[in-house]
Ligand binder design. Structure first.
Ligand SMILES: [Cu+2]
Length: 591
């Protein structure tokens, strides 16, 4: 284990900021949001950082909408400064003392990428989780330049949920989101009000969690300069400082009451496994999860024994009970997830000792809650939450179209390997080229690759209102959070596999692999579905050596959308593909 590091910033020094609220109903549903260069202080002891932000702030304002009341946003690109992030790849993966370079500030000997420095600020906004017509979904190539505007119409015909809006520009989303282009979007509805859930301050608190790194000056002092640093072995940026609502390791004072805490992992790549610790012991029983990506679960869920796992873009709606705690009590939210995350477990009881630079987790701190005097107000959790969805019945899924996607890591000479997706179709009997075989008991299916890159021809044409089953096969050693735009989906199964890929089995387009639906003897993962994953999801973790099946049904809008890994460094490097939703009556006319 690599020795622990001393934090160069004091934890729990800054108060947790709550982003400015933009309540759409107060502006007749018409909002105008400038996208601006600005400055932001990430910690009281850091100089100001140059950022890009919605309304010039990090995070952007929280937009609040009402189900059934459309919102129009005029997104005004007023960026007048080039990308405020130094992008670099360090020459080595570890420094002279053996510490991974991504765990420390500064460039670690890397050269600033001049192409990144020249990025002028073309942008496009995606409302993640939004049931939005295709022209307003934020297609990654439909950019608007500095000085140009885009007026997007959001119908809001969807259930209450915590969504988020962020930049989705082709190829460099990882830099523009890192620069600050992300904000929360909350939809409210009658069902949540019937349940009497807290709405707005002080008892509803959103937490947008990200990781960031900063530069060093000539004397080794932290500057506020945002640094996106990778290394020759790891293509994802895992930054050492956890930032919540724009502050490094903040502090929130809470009354001895029940709070509704709405969490989004808005990090580029880092997965969090959150453990609430009081006096050195985990107190996960204080947390009840009531909602996930697309809103309320059917019934409340306990946090899994190891902690609450959230990969990039996943959300959790939590009730945290601080009642019965004396004023002055402190509860710390810690992260125990190694990076890159591969699903491996870590006991919650060990969370105070989770720091491990060798696992790219130099500081497990996320934030702290401190109890202040106030009236005790414990809220009972309703036993029944959502009543508007059910898992699809087996007969609804019998005979529906099945789509198969393999996640693979392709090694390249002289540069970090790239993660890509391969769309597979059942091979013709006469197919002689490279194939993927999937053996499930007695039955073996042979697949051929039909698409490998974002710009390859579209092969997915789902018909509106019809169920499909998408099967995601992970042939890599990392967990990938796969996000499907437009309607939410439900997870059907998560099953262990073992597989073999021959030498040169992963080529630019071709893929050869033998997959067997059984557990590999060396595989320690549970491959279970957590209770909190049984709601309506738009981002699902696919762990190593695993097949995940999801039931997908698009309902409302036809057009061209995307699905992709939400590790931004992966989606920017081709782990993203299009699909086109089609009205049934047009299908006979498709060439
Ligand atoms: Cu990925």
């Amino acid at each position: 284990m690599t020795p622990t590091l001393t934090a160069p910033l004091a934890p729990f020094a800054d108060a947790l900021p709550v982003p400015q609220r933009l309540v759409a109903a107060r502006q007749n549903g018409r909002l105008s949001v400038p996208i601006r260069a600005g400055t932001h202080r990430f910690h009281r002891d850091l100089p100001e950082s140059a950022i890009w932000g919605y309304d010039g702030t990090v995070p952007g304002p929280t937009i609040e909408a009402e189900r059934g009341q459309p919102v129009t946003v005029e997104w005004r690109n007023e960026l007048d400064r080039a990308l405020p992030v130094v992008v670099t790849t360090a020459p080595g993966a570890v420094d002279a003392s053996g510490v991974p370079v991504q765990c420390v500030p500064g460039l670690s000997g890397g050269t600033p990428d001049p192409n990144a420095a020249a990025l002028a600020g073309h942008t496009v906004v995606h409302l993640h989780g939004g049931l939005v017509p295709a022209p307003y979904d934020g297609w990654a190539e439909n950019l608007f330049a500095p000085g140009q505007d885009a007026v997007f119409h959001y119908p809001m015909g969807q259930r209450a949920a915590l969504l988020w809006y962020h930049d989705h520009v082709m190829g460099v989303t990882r830099f523009s989101v890192y620069a600050g282009l992300a904000g929360l979007w909350i939809i409210r509805d009658q069902r949540e009000r019937e349940l009497g859930l807290p709405e707005g301050p002080p008892f509803e608190v959103p937490l947008l969690i990200q990781d960031r790194n900063f530069g060093l000056d000539g004397s080794g002092q932290l500057t506020g300069q945002l640094v996106h640093k990778t290394d020759p072995e790891v293509m994802e940026a895992f930054a050492p400082f956890t930032v919540v609502n724009g502050k490094v390791w903040p502090l929130l004072e809470v009354q001895p009451a029940t709070y509704r805490i709405r969490v989004l992992n808005g990090s580029n790549a880092r997965t969090y496994r959150l453990v609430l610790v009081h006096d050195g012991e985990p107190e996960l029983s204080r947390i009840t999860q009531i909602g996930t990506d697309h809103g309320l679960l059917a019934t409340p869920a306990s946090v899994p024994p190891d902690g609450l796992v959230l990969a990039s873009a996943e959300r959790a709606d939590l009730l945290i009970d601080f009642s019965g705690l004396a004023p002055g009590s402190e509860l710390t939210l810690l992260n125990t997830a190694a990076a890159p995350f591969d699903g491996a477990s870590f006991a919650a009881a060990d969370a105070p000792h989770a720091a491990d630079p060798g696992q790219m987790l130099p500081y497990p701190h996320v934030m702290r809650f401190r109890v202040i005097p106030g009236p005790a107000a414990r809220r009972t959790t309703p036993g029944a939450l959502a009543t508007d969805y059910h898992p699809p019945a087996p007969d609804q899924l019998a005979g529906v179209p099945r789509r198969t996607i393999a996640l693979v890591e392709r090694e390249l000479d002289g540069q970090p390997s790239v993660l890509t997706m391969r769309e597979l179709v059942i091979a013709d009997p006469g197919h002689t080229g490279p194939a993927v075989t999937v053996a499930d008991g007695e039955q073996t299916t042979r697949y051929a690759t039909v698409a490998a890159h974002f710009e390859d021809a579209t092969t997915f044409f789902p018909v509106l209102d019809r169920y499909e089953v998408w099967q995601l096969i992970n042939l890599t050693s990392d967990t990938h959070p796969i996000h499907v735009h437009l309607d939410p989906f439900q997870i059907l199964s998560r099953r262990p596999i073992r597989y073999q890929i021959p030498e040169h089995g992963i080529e630019d387009r071709a893929l050869t692999a033998a997959v067997i639906l059984e557990r590999d003897p060396g595989d320690n993962l549970g491959h279970t579905i957590d209770d909190n994953e049984r709601g309506l999801k738009d981002t699902i973790r696919v762990n190593p050596s695993e097949i995940v099946e999801i039931a997908v049904r698009f309902t409302t809008y036809s057009g061209r959308y995307m699905y992709h890994c939400h590790i931004l460094e992966h989606e920017d490097r081709d782990m993203m593909r299009p699909f086109v939703t089609m009205p049934a009556d047009l299908m006979p006319f498709m060439a």
